[in-house]
Write a protein that binds this ligand. Structure first.
Ligand SMILES: Cc1cc2nc3c(=O)[nH]c(=O)nc-3n(C[C@H](O)[C@H](O)[C@H](O)COP(=O)(O)O)c2cc1C
Length: 179
């Protein structure tokens, strides 16, 4: 199955299962170097009158350095049967391991538009959203309204390992589904 471009309006994504249960890969970089990690927090919707995807990346993640140093990132939802690869990409760091080689995933580079470098994703994806960073907000504990969030999410081994929220305009969407 090869990926072909679709309009974001054609998406048949179930947001509450696609992230939380099925998981996705966030990838950024270019042909000279990229990294990816598994995410289960995220969403899709509308912001500043545009279709967007939002992801949350802790400050410790190697992938964050690639998302921060590139204008575009991808969110890839894999076809069923790649749980092992998703587990690997969510438990080891690209600082220590070649995750593409180890996961068996096949990297592909997809257009994010004219005059921009292509964006890393994976041939095993059922759906890919190529996103251009529109808003980047490091989460700060003094802004938390939920009194339990700080201890629940940023204690123990993740003490002060806060997430940054990335809202990206969906510049392109690709699907492997047959029309
Ligand atoms: C199911 C699952 C979901 C995850 N979701 C997130 C997430 O939304 N945000 C985040 O910062 N880390 C998340 N992680 C952790 C990263 O994927 C993990 O730390 C990864 O090894 C980081 O790799 P990197 O250092 O190569 O970027 C998740 C891990 C798993 C297994």
């Amino acid at each position: 199955m090869s990926l072909h471009e679709i309009s974001p309006t054609e998406l048949r994504l179930k947001p509450f299962t696609a992230f939380d249960r099925d998981w996705a890969l966030v990838a950024a970089g270019d042909e000279d170097g990229f990294n990816m990690m598994t995410v289960s927090w995220g969403g899709v919707g509308t912001f500043w009158q545009r279709p967007v995807a939002t992801v949350y990346i802790r400050s410790s993640r190697y992938t964050k350095t690639f998302v921060d140093s590139h204008d575009l990132f991808s969110v890839s939802f894999l076809t069923p049967g790649h749980r092992k690869a998703l587990n690997l990409c969510g438990t080891v760091s690209g600082r220590d391991v070649d995750k593409v080689a180890k996961s068996g995933l096949t990297s592909v580079f997809l257009s994010g538009g004219q005059d921009v470098p292509e964006v890393p994703s994976f041939a095993e994806a059922a759906l890919v959203l190529i996103c251009r960073k529109a808003l980047v907000i490091p989460l700060a504990p003094e802004t938390f309204i939920d009194p339990d969030a700080k201890d629940a999410m940023y204690g123990g081994a993740d003490m002060d390992n806060y997430h940054t929220m990335y809202i990206g305009y969906v510049e392109k969407a690709y699907s492997s589904a047959t029309k």
